[in-house]
Design a protein around this ligand. Structure first.
Ligand code: FMN
Length: 220
């Protein structure tokens, strides 16, 4: 099942609305499959209803109180912000994971994102834009069109600080809900700025809770 989940997240996620319709149509038909052989992908020989139920659940993308804090960094300032945000979220009962883009493959991140209620992306500003690995991840996510998540952005900068705004724009294009407040710090975050991040995490956790209860997710 972990492999099937990864396959779904990386190959089929963009078809999620269609998959929900097809599974419901199939389940209304007087057919009990003994084996499912897709035209490509894994063959399901045992208990095909298990995979039908799983595809239905993965397609729904019901948000859990789970946040992925995805980032890259040149000199650790954005990384320090990422860890402070993860700490603040964890203290507010959110299951938060820091994901450094040089350590996490984009396929594994998008698999983790299936049931996450939040995607928080951090990028240093580089030449008035994003750090390249962050652009890479956003391009990948754009194609797969994940839904039912709140997006937020943060990052360290030197003088102009465009990166968090560009991240929010990508979330907007995906029609994800947005946490409009960004955490944007000039160079390294000092002690006073940490208080801001604690507050940022707390407010974000509150918004995530509201979102999860709106979608009545039993997994919350
Ligand atoms: C090649 C290069 C280009 C940069 N371009 C910008 C820029 O256009 N605007 C800006 O605000 N900061 C710019 N910076 C500054 C970084 O955003 C800043 O040093 C930041 O604190 C780095 O965060 P990090 O420690 O997470 O890598 C640039 C830095 C480098 C090395």
């Amino acid at each position: 099942m972990p492999h099937a989940r990864k396959y779904f997240a990386n190959i089929l996620l963009l078809y999620a609305p269609l998959i929900i319709k097809l599974i419901d149509k199939f389940k209304s038909m007087p057919v009990t499959p003994s084996m499912i052989c897709p035209d490509h992908g894994i063959i399901f020989r045992k208990n095909p209803s298990e995979i039908l139920n799983a595809y239905r659940e993965w397609s729904e993308q019901k948000p859990k109180r789970k946040a992925l804090v995805i980032y890259d960094t040149m000199w650790h300032s954005t990384e320090k912000m990422a860890y402070a945000i993860v700490d603040a979220l964890t203290s507010n009962d959110v299951d938060a994971t820091p994901m450094h883009l040089k350590k996490w493959n984009r396929s594994d991140i998008i698999t983790e994102a299936l049931d996450a209620g939040a995607i928080i992306i951090g990028s240093p500003t580089l030449n008035n834009g994003l750090f390249p690995t962050v652009s890479d991840f956003l391009t990948y996510m754009k194609g797969l069109k994940p839904q039912n998540k709140i997006g937020a952005a943060f990052g360290s900068y030197g003088w102009s600080g465009e990166a968090p705004k560009i991240v929010l724009e990508s979330f907007r294009n995906l029609k994800l809900k947005i946490f409009e407040e960004t955490a944007s710090f000039k160079f390294s975050p000092g002690a006073a700025k940490k208080d801001f991040l604690i507050e940022f995490g707390k407010k974000f956790a509150q918004k995530l809770l509201e979102e999860c209860s709106e979608t009545k997710n039993p997994g919350v």
